[in-house]
Design a binder for this molecule. Structure first.
Ligand SMILES: [Zn+2]
Ligand SMILES: [Zn+2]
Length: 268
């Protein structure tokens, strides 16, 4: 990534932390209450949606593949799910939501869940694989996943703030956070709070790692020719344009150069 883009990214990360601290200073009892600027930042979480028809034995279904991007750690990975999995997850959230409404009316977790539960969600229909339905599901599930990724970041700041104040996290928060992490398939090295903190520090300190003369082996353009396009380093350490490698991984699930099984990386 060119130095300027890297600097902008660092600046956004700093700005976010600054904003978050400002909110927490104002009202330390309410971590998780986000300012409109923070909400805008979280809305920029990158999600790349796509649907493919999969045949398994006598069954044919639509698999929705999206890329999840965590703005805190800059980690990036694929989320491949059927509509029924999204639907089941939302049902579980709904159960938690009822619990929160009854027991913790003013808790910030209730506010987080309210955001998600208010989102339009695609209806369950008999023939869910028609072109029209799939298109509509991509649109709504993309928005849903984007919000889940934003909430994943929000949970981190919420839990981290609680930790600093030496306040325990409620069992409901744990249940919600675990449910969210499991559904999103959060990579293992991001699963606990301290690991996230470490990755946040790394993401902020990391020097620009892209050699502009290097080439994306999928489209064969050098990274300096395509300045501005996001570059992803896969877990095997090979570099590609994000959009090029998404299309490749949806079909193959292995690195085009070294053939290692990969489905995650970092955005540089
Ligand atoms: Zn490329
Ligand atoms: Zn590789």
């Amino acid at each position: 990534m060119p130095a300027i883009a890297h600097a902008v990214q660092r600046c956004i990360a700093h700005q976010y932390i600054h904003l978050h601290h400002a909110v927490c200073r104002k009202d330390p009892a309410a971590p998780g209450a986000l300012s409109p600027d923070q909400t805008n930042f979280l809305d920029n979480v990158h999600v790349y949606p796509c649907a493919t028809q999969v045949v398994e034995g006598a069954l044919m279904f639509t698999l929705y593949t999206m890329t999840a991007y965590c703005p805190i750690t800059r980690r990036w990975w694929l989320v491949k799910k059927r509509y029924s999995e999204y639907h089941a997850f939302r049902q579980q959230l709904d159960n938690l939501w009822v619990h929160c409404e009854l027991k913790m009316k003013n808790d910030s977790l209730t506010a987080m869940l309210r955001t998600i539960m208010k989102l339009p969600f695609p209806r369950k229909v008999y023939n869910g694989d028609s072109v029209f339905i799939v298109k509509e599901r991509i649109r709504l599930l993309e928005h849903f996943l984007r919000k889940l990724m934003a909430l994943h970041a929000e949970c981190f700041y919420y839990a981290y703030q609680k930790l600093k104040l030496d306040e325990p996290l409620s069992p409901t928060f744990h249940a919600f956070h675990t449910l969210l992490q499991t559904f999103l398939g959060v990579p293992e090295d991001m699963l606990d709070l301290r690991a996230m903190q470490r990755l946040l520090n790394l993401a902020m300190d990391k020097p620009a790692a892209v050699d502009a003369s290097e080439t994306c082996s999928i489209c064969l353009s050098s990274f300096d020719e395509t300045e501005g396009e996001a570059v992803v380093q896969l877990s095997c350490s090979h570099l590609y344009h994000r959009d090029c490698v998404v299309s490749w991984l949806i079909a193959k699930k292995s690195c085009p150069l070294c053939r290692e099984d990969v489905d995650s990386g970092s955005v540089l």
